[in-house]
Each structure stands twice: as structure tokens, then as C-alpha cells.
Design a protein around this ligand. Structure first.
Ligand code: LIP
Length: 252
């Protein structure tokens, strides 16, 4: 199958899940798990089920690897990396900053990605080798080169270890940049850098489903995405994303 057929199914699935989120924002939400630094909603599961059904209706032999579990053919060479609601805590508190993130890998290589924000009705999309778009228009990262001009977002993840590991780093970054922001969605952080709204993003403990789509969109827009094993949680990532011009190394 072509990456364009993969992308069109990713767009259909992301928009369907986004519509379900719009219908449920502000309603009484069934909570599956209430943790100190995280919330798992039944709606996360419902959105991932909706996405999975659309994917497997089109590609029954593919694998779906999502935040809410896996489905399809576990040995499939095409893998769909899904975060059905990225920014679940924002969603639960009624903060309209969350999205659907769907990345697609073929033989382990990212080939397509979609991030959909149903609040702003903004769709970021990319096929490997083509320029990424926001609502159909080509996007590029910002031209800012000086750290003192940069607006940088930091995530504090969902464990005490990650939070404590992030404090000193956050202080160094905050004193060097124009402004910092903490928005609560890794995928939108990457999408915002890709279209020039932000200049860099750092987070200590992130999962692949949070960033699979966003890294392909960001790199296609001229940005950089660096991942290292998380120092606070085995199997998670420490990530640094930039507009391709800002040097974050002195502050990490
Ligand atoms: C969220 C990330 C965010 C991070 C949160 C959480 P979720 O993803 O997008 O960057 O700080 O701890 O991991 O859990 O809402 O899909």
C-alpha cells in the first residue's frame, strides 16, 4: 500500500476520534484510573477502539500499537502508533488543549503521521519525503536562532522521579529563553514547533505513541528530534525537539 493510502486512513481515523472528543468535552467522564500525576479515561479506550476499527477495516493485517493496548496482527510489518487522546489530563479538566496522534511505520520506519486538534480544528499531516502541512498548507519551523528569543515548552511527565529530574533543567531553560510554556500535550508541542509557534520542547519520560507522528512532522518541517533512554523510567524516552536552529544542549 502507498503512504498516501495510509495517510488518508490516518486522517479519517483522527477526525472520527476528534469528533467523539468534541461530543464529550465537558461531560461526565468515566474514569478508569485516577493516579497522582495521570488520569486514564474510558473515553481514551473508546477513541482508540474507534481508530483501531477504521484502521483494521482498511488494513486487517496491520498492527495497532496504542496507549490503550495493541490490536490487529502483532507480526504486521505496518504498525500504527496511536495516542487516542494526547493530553488526557487537559481533557478531563476541560482545558481545550489535547489531540489525536497517529503515526505509521513500515518495516520500522515512520512513513506517515497525523495530529488532529479538535478544539482548533487543526490537522497536521505528513508523508515521508513530502513537506508537512497544517490544514493543507505547507509548514516550516521558525527562523529564530537565539535562545534568548526562543519560546520553549517543557513537560514534567507523570512520575515523581521525572518531575524531580526536570526541575533543575527547567530553571536553566527558564533563565535563558524568552518564555517557557507547559501545555500538557507532547504531540501538540511537536506540531507547534513544526509550524513556528514554539522553538523547542524537552521532556524526561515520554512514550513512543506521544511522539511518533510529531517527530515525522517536525523533521519534515526542518526541525530536529533527539531521543535518549529516559533516566527515570525504563522503556520511556527523554526527548529534545527544536526548530533546527536553537541549541538546547547547554541547558539540558
Ligand atoms: C501526556 C503527554 C505530556 C506529558 C503527560 C502525558 P497523555 O500524554 O502528551 O507531554 O507531560 O504526562 O504523558 O498521557 O495525555 O496521552
Amino acid at each position: 500500500m502507498s503512504s498516501s493510502s495510509l495517510l488518508s486512513v490516518a486522517l479519517e481515523a483522527a477526525h472520527a476520534a476528534g469528533q467523539l472528543q468534541r461530543e464529550n468535552l465537558g461531560s461526565d467522564l468515566a474514569v478508569n484510573e485516577m493516579l497522582q500525576y495521570d488520569i486514564k479515561l474510558d473515553l481514551d479506550v473508546r477513541c482508540q477502539t474507534l481508530i483501531t476499527d477504521i484502521i483494521l477495516k482498511n488494513f486487517p493485517d496491520h498492527a495497532v500499537l496504542g496507549e490503550e493496548g495493541n490490536a490487529g496482527n502483532p507480526d504486521g510489518t505496518t504498525q500504527w502508533i496511536v495516542d487516542p487522546i494526547d493530553g488526557t489530563v487537559n481533557f478531563f479538566y476541560g482545558i481545550p488543549h489535547f489531540c489525536v496522534s497517529i503515526g505509521v511505520k513500515v518495516n520500522g520506519e515512520l512513513v506517515a503521521g497525523v495530529i488532529y486538534d479538535p478544539n482548533q480544528d487543526e490537522t497536521w499531516a505528513v508523508e515521508k519525503g513530502s513537506a508537512p502541512t497544517l490544514n493543507g498548507k505547507t509548514i516550516r519551523t521558525s527562523s529564530r536562532t537565539k535562545i534568548s528569543d526562543a519560546v520553549v515548552t517543557c513537560g514534567f511527565s507523570k512520575s515523581e522521579e521525572a518531575i524531580l529530574a526536570s526541575f533543575e533543567r527547567y530553571k536553566r531553560i527558564s533563565l535563558a529563553v524568552k518564555k517557557t510554556r507547559m501545555l500538557g500535550s507532547a504531540a501538540l508541542a511537536l506540531a507547534y514547533i513544526a509550524c513556528g509557534r514554539l522553538d523547542a520542547y524537552v521532556e524526561e519520560q515520554i512514550s513512543e505513541w506521544d511522539v511518533a507522528a510529531g517527530r515525522l512532522i517536525l523533521e519534515g518541517a526542518g526541525g530536529t528530534f533527539i531521543e535518549q533512554p529516559s533516566r527515570t523510567h525504563e522503556g520511556k524516552m527523554f526527548i529534545v525537539a527544536t526548530n533546527g536552529k536553537i541549541d538546547m544542549n547547554p541547558y539540558l
